[in-house]
Ligand binder design. Structure first.
Ligand SMILES: [Zn+2]
Length: 329
């Protein structure tokens, strides 16, 4: 029964990929509620196999036990490893808590000069990580040269080091992103606030439109930057914190105090790390200003009628002929 469904869906996928199906060699079996059951009192699962129903003790760690506790999973996948042993994947549907109704907004500006800056004053400096990454890039470049030019053994050694380096760098950045996103979500919980971030669908195209030097381009294409957003979204969902994504147009150029944008085309009140408004004399850190503008726009997404801001910003947008103001993600 499940095998039929499985082969059908396999053919369907193959068809979509445009590949002809020659043979179907299953390494896994899908189980649904009729043929799968989990029993918490002795941590066993029963599976219907070819020879009939059989019960297996789960060989899992405390973490998995914790996840399974109190749940009643109704589906699983039995998989075969390459060495011939079997394992079972149990699907748990977890109910995320409903986001709390809230009026406060924490704006988060990510990935410009600093890794992340929040409108309530938290800041994760990008300098340290940038230094580390630039160093990695330099070391890698020199190793790559060795990997292509040196003697046979030098080449092999260089390739090995290169592989190890990429792992080290990736793990460090992932660890950092986990911590930053966790702290942001926790402070949103603490302040009973929602989180506003920029809607960055298509950012690569946009940030790469202007000619930039090689280092800048590498940073804007960085997976780490997208990973931080990803972590932030899933941790918010998990802890019941609402997350809104606002249109990033002008967030870095608008003054968060008087909402002015530099009137001349191509000019900005922002220059590097500093923001200096020409209208109200507001001086501040550019990323801090960005996070506060994101907070304001996030507030009008959250509470559309209560803010004067939406009109003000709308005027700016009209003046520059960009039709889209807000996008709720
Ligand atoms: Zn101003």
């Amino acid at each position: 029964m499940r095998a039929i469904a499985r082969v059908c869906s396999n053919r369907k996928t193959a068809k979509q990929n445009g590949k002809p199906v020659r043979a179907f060699k299953p390494t896994s079996v899908d189980y649904d509620a009729r043929i799968f059951a989990f029993r918490e009192k002795d941590w066993t699962v029963s599976l219907t196999l070819v020879g009939g129903r059989e019960r297996f003790k789960l060989a899992i760690g405390n973490y998995q036990l914790g996840l399974l506790k109190g749940t009643s999973p109704s589906s699983a996948t039995l998989c075969k490893r390459q060495d011939g042993s079997y394992y079972v994947n149990i699907q748990i549907k977890s109910e995320a808590p409903d986001p709390m109704p809230s009026k406060r907004v924490i704006g988060v500006d990510m990935g410009r000069r600093d890794i992340a800056v929040t409108s309530i004053g938290d800041k994760w400096d990008g300098q340290q990580i940038t230094d580390i990454r630039d160093k990695f890039v330099r070391v890698r470049a020199s190793l790559q040269q060795k990997a292509s030019k040196g003697t046979r053994s030098t080449r092999r050694r260089a390739r090995q080091i290169l592989q190890r380096l990429s792992g080290t760098e990736r793990r460090y950045q992932t660890w950092l992103n986990h911590n930053i996103s966790k702290l942001i979500v926790l402070s949103a919980l603490q302040h009973n606030a929602i989180i506003a971030i920029e809607d960055l669908t298509g950012i690569r195209e946009r940030t790469n439109q202007q000619p930039r030097n090689k280092t800048e381009r590498r940073r804007s294409n960085s997976w780490a930057f997208f990973q931080l957003r990803l972590f932030l979204s899933y941790k918010s969902v998990k802890l019941g914190v609402e997350l809104v994504a606002v249109n990033p147009a002008y967030t870095s150029q608008t003054c968060h105090k008087c909402l002015h944008i530099h009137p001349a085309k191509g000019k900005s009140y922002r220059s590097g790390k500093a923001f200096k408004c020409g209208h109200c004399d507001n001086h501040c850190d550019a990323d801090e200003n960005g996070s506060k503008v994101i907070e304001l726009v996030g507030g009008s997404v959250n509470n559309p009628r209560g803010s004067v801001l939406s009109c003000n910003l709308a005027d700016h947008i009209r003046a520059t002929e960009s039709p889209r103001l807000l996008a709720v993600g």
